[in-house]
Design a protein around this ligand. Structure first.
Ligand code: ZN
Length: 805
């Protein structure tokens, strides 16, 4: 019995236990205490409503006990919890993935555009990404010979096999896996850290191609990170041949992937926890002073970079999860990353982690001023448009964590001591924290080892961030159509805007050509040169219409936006339809009518800062706007939409509203009392409470924004854009064919404003101009009303076919 007991004790020691715990009444002093102890507050740590939920080892809980910090144990043994849950869920996950692939094979995401790109997409809901046929989870279907399935996550060897499979199936698009170290340095346990390049001519580093970096498994228990990288990689490879936007991206740029940054830690988790749930976060450098045993060994590879190393939020105790090492870049893994990074010129880098549903970025190890707040603000706004991840510098979402990679990649003014200036590359870097603890039915899908059926939704949520990181690295601009749908003159200018969002300088050309025969001529293509990043230029192209045009006739033209890559340079191509003198149901021109077409609840204002003419309507005359405000602006009277197949609400808008908290909605009603938000091209889904983990916000504020409802928030940085809200049988359909329809704007603010590092965010409120409601009924020729005298054939003579619409 004595021997048996001894065996048990040793086993307990050998498998350091970790628990999910909660700590209540959290304030900044407690955060500081936890940082000092060496507790990581970034990955898998949810702070909400003065409550922290996190996963801690017994060793760390002993440290909390010593400091008299109270905690509640939510889950006693996380490894057991994760592995049991995964085994139970795997059959369901396998079935769901197979069904999803069948469904994906039957559709593509492409919308009306001829050549779309992910950044131009403006649907009410995120693209329903088709699941790549080759993407797989570790289950009995894909790996029948395995007895353990590592919680559904591919093992290290399986990931390497995937890279080989990708290369054998798409040898012209992805390189063979290659040693990331220019000096063939290996990890502590002798493993090579591999990278692959996705590009045309993938075996060579083509000069001048903009570069983007994607890394995962820096922390080796953050399983969702590698799974979503593989999903994105397969998506690019499998869709290259049929999606011209992907083809043009891959042909002109280079995307670099390091799927397993910390292979030793990852393999250790496989060995100790073959059914998933392993707790190894750090590398496997066991030579640090003081032997801690099992999961506590190693150096935190995200606290070991040079810039502001050892400036807080890291630990000098080798047993702690944030152990920073004896000096910066002390570890082979961080040296390999540094050397690889310095050989390239990455414009953007995504260093994937889990979990928090957040996009963290520099600075995290210092409170010095972020040098590029406008770019971070805009890129975050677009990357999280649908997944609504919290975003900002780590210091405002979690806590200080110095020595992290993002800070070193971005760099900046010289830090204290010998901490240097960072990489010198000025790379815009992020830590996407993928997934939550509490998601899915019953709130039990997430964590470091998500329920296997949750890998798919987490991977889909990362797609927009991954795509846009590539676009923003290159020669990228968005095209904005600013043309009112009702064209009333036979000649004039078509108005567009080009918004430069790419880090690689480029000319951008807008070319417009006629599609409908009633367009007699269009002006020459317009090229914009020398635009700064984030600059938006208005582009006017003249048009002349056939004088024989009738009211309600459709005017259709094709617009193409190109950059200056030598070839494959189309970014966007779409046919756009306007109407000649359609029935305009309502038009508001505040230049002449001020606020008289509207009924106010609370005070609204006119402003000289107008889109057109002299006057626009705004929520706010002096910024910042008031906290805890609620006011509405309702259009006088109602409109009758009976019998109208489609109606468009159109206006120009700009806004500066605290992201994830304050908001404006445009709402519709059929009785004037019950209001429902409308979805438009510029609306986004309201931020879910679970993602609002910003520190310093109250529970009430975190829950303030209505989850998932269409709304406007964030900062458009003074750029006007045109909003279009379609009402037909399938979009905003609750107003379709209704006889009494009311519209209003609804402005709501919570109790505080957070600026974070976005110095451009002034909380200026919401402005709009030239609001109108247009009946989209258009002329159609039908045989019984058709008179041959009216028929003009153009061009005349014509070739082969004539089309009568
Ligand atoms: Zn992490």
């Amino acid at each position: 019995l004595g021997l048996l007991l001894l065996g048990c004790i040793q086993l307990t020691y050998a498998q350091e236990n970790y628990k999910r715990v909660s700590i209540t009444n959290v304030n900044e002093f407690l955060i500081h205490d936890l940082q000092n102890i060496g507790i990581d507050l970034t990955c898998g740590v949810i702070q909400k409503d003065q409550k922290l939920t996190l996963e801690l080892f017994d060793y760390e809980l002993d440290q909390l006990d010593e400091q008299n910090i109270n905690y509640n144990v939510l889950i006693e043994d996380m490894q057991e919890f994760y592995s049991k849950r995964a085994i139970e869920d795997l059959p369901k996950a396998s079935l769901e993935l197979q069904q999803e692939k069948v469904r994906s094979a039957q559709r593509s995401y492409s919308v009306n555009e001829i050549l779309n790109n992910v950044g131009q997409y403006d649907g009410c809901d995120e693209i329903d990404w088709a699941t790549p046929a080759n993407w797989k989870i570790n289950d009995a279907t894909n790996y029948p010979a395995e007895t353990n399935h590592f919680g559904g996550c591919l093992t290290y060897q399986m990931v390497l096999d995937e890279l080989d499979l990708m290369q054998s199936l798409y040898p012209n698009l992805i390189s063979v896996k290659t040693d990331a170290s220019p000096t063939n340095q290996t990890t502590i346990e002798g493993r090579t850290v591999y990278y692959v390049r996705i590009s045309d001519n993938p075996s060579i580093d083509e000069a001048g191609e903009p570069e983007t970096l994607y890394q995962s498994l820096i922390h080796s228990r953050e399983a969702a990170t590698v799974m979503n990288q593989l999903f994105f990689m397969w998506y690019l490879l499998e869709n290259y041949a049929t999606d011209d936007a992907i083809k043009n991206l891959i042909n002109n740029q280079a995307l670099y992937f390091i799927p397993v940054y910390n292979p030793d830690g990852f393999v250790y988790n496989e060995t100790v926890a073959p059914n998933g749930g392993g707790g190894q976060r750090k590398n496997r450098n066991t030579s640090a002073p003081g032997s801690c045993g099992t999961y506590l060994e190693g150096i935190d590879l995200n606290r070991n970079s040079q810039y502001y190393w050892n400036n807080g939020g890291s630990s000098g105790n080798s047993c702690n999860q944030t152990y920073r090492g004896t000096t910066y870049f002390s570890e082979p893994e961080t040296q390999i990353m540094r050397d690889f990074f310095l050989l390239h010129d990455f414009e953007l880098a995504l260093n994937h982690h889990s979990y928090k549903n957040a996009m963290l970025h520099a600075y995290a190890g210092t409170t010095i001023t972020n040098p590029r707040p406008d770019e971070y603000s805009k890129y975050n706004h677009d990357m999280t448009h649908y997944n609504r991840y919290a975003h900002g510098p780590s210091t405002s979402i979690s806590a200080l964590n110095s020595g992290n990679m993002n800070d070193w990649m971005l760099g900046g003014p010289s830090g204290p001591g010998s901490n240097g200036t960072g990489s010198g590359k000025e790379t815009l870097a992020w830590t996407p924290e993928n997934g939550l603890a509490s998601e899915g039915t019953g709130g039990t899908y997430g964590g470091f080892w998500p329920q296997p059926s949750n890998y798919l939704p987490i991977a889909k949520r990362a797609m927009r961030m991954n795509f846009l990181a590539a676009y923003f690295s290159g020669k990228y601009a968005k095209l904005h159509d600013l043309n009112k749908t009702d064209i009333t003159s036979l000649s004039g200018n078509l108005n567009f805007a080009v918004e430069n969002l790419g880090q690689t300088s480029s000319d951008f050309t807008v070319t417009v050509t006629p599609v409908s025969s009633n367009i007699i001529s269009l002006g020459a293509p317009s090229t914009q040169s020398g635009m700064a990043v984030l600059q938006q230029n208005n582009v006017n192209i003249s048009y002349v219409l056939d004088p024989g045009i009738s009211a309600l006739d459709k005017i259709e033209f094709k617009v193409v936006l190109t950059n200056d890559y030598a070839s494959d340079n189309v970014l966007y191509e779409a046919n756009i339809v306007k109407l000649y003198n359609p029935n305009v149901i309502f038009v508001d021109d505040p230049d002449s009518s001020g606020l008289t077409n509207w009924t106010q609840t609370g005070t609204w204002y006119t402003t000289l800062d107008a889109y057109s003419g002299t006057t626009a309507i705004t929520t706010t005359n002096t910024f910042p706007y008031a906290n805890s405000d609620s006011k509405q602006l309702q259009m006088n009277g109602s409109v009758n939409l009976t019998g109208l197949p489609a109606v468009l609400v159109q206006f120009y808008g700009k806004w500066d509203l605290e992201r994830s908290f304050d908001y404006v909605q445009i709402e519709g009603s059929t009785n004037g009392t019950t209001w429902t938000p409308l979805c438009g091209k510029l609306t986004k889904p309201g931020s879910p409470d679970a993602n609002n983990t910003y520190s310093g916000k109250s529970g009430t504020d975190n829950s303030f924004q209505p989850d998932g409802e269409s709304l406007y928030d964030g900062d458009t940085q003074d750029k006007w854009n045109m909003e279009e809200i379609l009402i037909d049988a399938s979009t905003n359909s609750f107003l379709y064919n209704q006889s009494t329809v009311y519209f209003r704007f609804n402005f709501r603010t919570d109790s505080t404003n957070r600026q974070d590092s976005y110095y451009n965010a002034d909380f200026e409120g919401f402005s709009f101009d030239d609001f109108r409601i247009i009946d989209l009924t258009e002329n159609t020729l039908s045989i019984d009303t058709f008179s041959s005298e009216d028929l003009k054939v153009y061009p005349n003579p014509f070739y082969n076919t004539i089309e009568i619409n």
